[in-house]
Design a protein around this ligand. Structure first.
Ligand code: N01
Length: 526
């Protein structure tokens, strides 16, 4: 077995290509979850490449004030690593980041981590049937299997507003928060009113001299059922772990019931809309502001947000919600379409991420030199959100149409991890070196997905959202159904869905075959 500890220390850029059986890119929930489950399955020959100097993915990158999960922590965590110590129902970012660090240590992942390794490109070498990876600093790696845990929401989207680059004050995206820049007594413009902005606006509004919040589309906002987890509950979760499993299961089914409205009977969303309207009425006494904040599309079409402090922050006397569009930005001001100049010291972009095109060109190149972006010219698609025709032995965790508007992504990640584990186990048993999903299998699967999505609220709710690819109008991001259906669909890897490369005699020399021990067909609980 080739454990990473046996690998040469290849930390110099001109060192020779290093081999590992499985290369995982990214160390967020997806990359770490994959690594932990591989290790638990007796597979040790893998490395996790992370471009940053520490682990955590989105929970490392996003650290703006108020950053927290909007899915309950008992569910937004690994099923195999419950944390009895969550301090709140919806834990703040530092706690989630600590949780991931703790998992990294307690499951022995450190030796597999290669920090400060930014993947520049991964190219499939057909002759050798391996992926050849080039890191940004010149280091090279070859791997039989490539698993992407790069996430769908990691590339900040910078709006195309004329003059933005001429702004002479301080400007940053919510994902690159400048904690070294004190906002106290400053005039600040915030652009965007999505999930991130509604968390940081209430945090900064009391400190700034004035805040202009540029709203293009008001979000629907529901009350946030947040509270502290009591010391008694935590002690109970620690001593009687089944109680936390019960809590998790209860939350799972509560969130799962939302699918009825999103996908099956969008009319059910009217009842949800009533709760959101009441929340708005209670929290915003001013009828003019209330009108400004009232969405004109069906709730659920865009991500439904939860907050108890966003609306009160907007009612403050030092906050203006600006709905006149931005014409351009000057060195010291935002200029509106009606010609009004609004001078500011700082601009904060809460403008989201490149969700439908998460990777730049040239990063993943498959058979016959085909770029993944070219394969996705008509919209990103994969089989079960995981494998893509023409990209053998590539597994995408959080791939196309695996996103959720209603529940925990960690559940989806664990489903995909199961699928990959089963694929690797079967490949090992059947002496298959590489697999490539058959084109009709992928086509048929995606045809079904798009048909279902056609009737869902995201397509018929009368809104524009990042769920939809702007180039072709396709929803390439969301899973259109119950998450247990996805769990079911990914439970078993069907070898018949794939073209196969058999193991050749000399393969044992070129990449590490046979590193699997006791690999089970893995299952995990909800
Ligand atoms: O980004 P968004 P986000 N001019 O895309 C506006 C996850 N997340 O960073 O609605 C003016 O939701 C845009 O306006 P409009 C979660 O999945 C999770 O807030 O397009 N405005 C919108 O208001 C979430 O969905 C947590 O009209 C412009 C905003 O910017 C995802 O991340 C917490 C504009 C972008 O909203 C992204 O959230 C936070 C322009 N040119 C985030 N361009 C959890 O708690 C864009 N906008 C798990």
């Amino acid at each position: 077995m080739n454990a990473p500890a046996d690998l040469p220390d290849y930390l110099s850029a001109d060192s020779p290509e290093v081999a590992c059986d499985i290369a995982i890119i990214g160390s967020g929930f997806a990359g770490l979850g994959m690594g932990i489950r591989l290790k638990q399955s007796g597979v040790d020959d893998f490395l996790i490449f992370e471009r940053a100097g520490s682990i955590g993915g989105t929970w490392r990158d996003n650290h703006y004030p108020g950053c927290a999960c909007d899915v309950q922590s008992h569910l937004y965590s690994f099923s195999f690593a419950p944390n009895p110590d969550w301090s709140r129902m919806f834990s703040p970012q530092p706690e989630i980041r600590r949780y991931l660090e703790h998992c990294t240590d307690s499951f022995g992942l450190r030796e597999h981590l290669r920090l400060n390794h930014e993947l520049r490109s991964a190219k499939w070498d057909d002759a050798a049937a391996v992926w050849r990876l080039h890191m940004a600093d010149g280091r090279r790696v070859r791997a039989r299997v490539l698993i992407s845990g790069m996430g769908g929401l990691s590339r900040p989207s910078i709006p195309n507003i004329p003059g933005l680059d001429t702004f002479a004050g301080t400007m940053f995206h919510s994902q690159q928060w400048r904690h070294d820049y004190p906002l106290t007594d400053k005039h600040v413009a915030v652009i965007g009113t999505g999930a991130s902005a509604i968390q940081f606006v209430p945090q900064i509004a009391p400190a700034v001299a004035h805040l202009d919040l540029y709203q293009r589309t008001p979000p629907w906002i529901m009350p946030k059922p947040d509270r502290r987890v009591s010391a008694f509950e935590r002690a109970m979760f620690r001593r009687l772990p089944f109680t936390q499993r019960l809590a998790r299961t209860g939350l799972y089914w509560m969130l799962e019931s939302r699918v009825l409205g999103f996908v099956i009977h969008p009319k059910l969303m009217k009842a949800v809309e009533r709760i959101a309207r009441r929340h708005l009425r209670r929290q915003v006494p001013d009828p003019v502001l209330r009108q400004t904040l009232t969405p004109d599309y069906t709730i659920g079409c865009k991500r439904v947000l939860i907050s108890n402090d966003y609306y009160p922050a907007l009612s403050r006397s030092n906050v203006d919600v600006v709905t006149t569009g931005i014409d351009h930005v000057e060195a010291d001001a935002v200029v509106l379409r009606d010609g009004t100049r609004r001078p500011v010291d700082a601009i904060i972009l809460g403008t989201g991420f490149h969700a439908t095109d998460p990777l730049p060109r040239g990063v993943i190149v498959g058979r016959e030199g085909r770029d993944l972006l070219d394969a996705w010219r008509d919209g990103a698609e994969a089989y079960l959100g995981t494998t893509v025709t023409g990209f053998p032995n590539l597994f995408l965790i959080v791939g196309p149409n695996t996103g959720l508007g209603h529940s925990s992504m960690v559940f989806m990640i664990e489903s995909q991890v199961n699928y990959v584990l089963d694929a690797l186990a079967q490949m090992h048993r059947e002496r298959v070196r590489a697999v490539d999903v058959r084109p009709p299998v992928q086509q048929q699967f995606n045809h079904g997905i798009q048909q279902k999505l056609g009737h869902a609220i995201w397509s018929e709710g009368g809104c524009a959202s990042w769920y939809i690819d702007p180039n072709n109008g396709k929803n390439t991001t969301l899973w259109p159904g119950f998450t247990w259906q996805f769990r079911q669909a990914t439970r078993t890897f069907r070898m018949a869905d794939y073209e196969r490369w058999p193991v050749r005699d000399h393969d044992a020399d070129t990449a590490h075959q046979g590193a699997h021990h006791n690999v089970p067909t893995a299952t995990v609980r909800a």
